[in-house]
Write a protein of this length. Structure first.
Length: 104
């Protein structure tokens, strides 16, 4: 069984016992989360229930594995022969979660 949830302005396809990274959510490692913004629930190769826009009564429960920061990304701009160079670095704060249950 899988579900499509919405968090951090993005949509994720999640399955039971799956571990993945999302944008930072408040909480400590080991604490429980509940995602109530479920867009769809279905089985692989079977029927799919789609909400308009959200599915009523559907929830996805997860547990925070760890809080960390992602790799440093470099944005570099340059205009040749003009002496213009700009270098900016960015590290995104991430939360690693493990899906424990999908309740349709």
């Amino acid at each position: 069984m899988y579900a499509i949830i919405k968090t951090g302005g993005k949509q994720y396809k999640v399955k039971n016992d799956e571990i993945f990274d999302i944008e930072k959510l408040e909480g400590e490692a080991g604490s429980k989360l509940t995602f109530s913004e479920v867009l769809a629930v279905g089985e692989e190769g079977e029927s799919l229930k789609v909400g308009t826009p959200l599915l009523e009564g559907a929830k996805v429960e997860a547990e925070i594995v760890k809080q960390y920061r992602g790799p440093k990304l470099i944005a570099f701009k340059m205009k040749k022969r003009k002496g213009y160079r700009r270098k900016v670095g960015h590290r995104q704060s991430l939360t690693q979660i493990k899906i424990s249950a999908i309740n349709a």
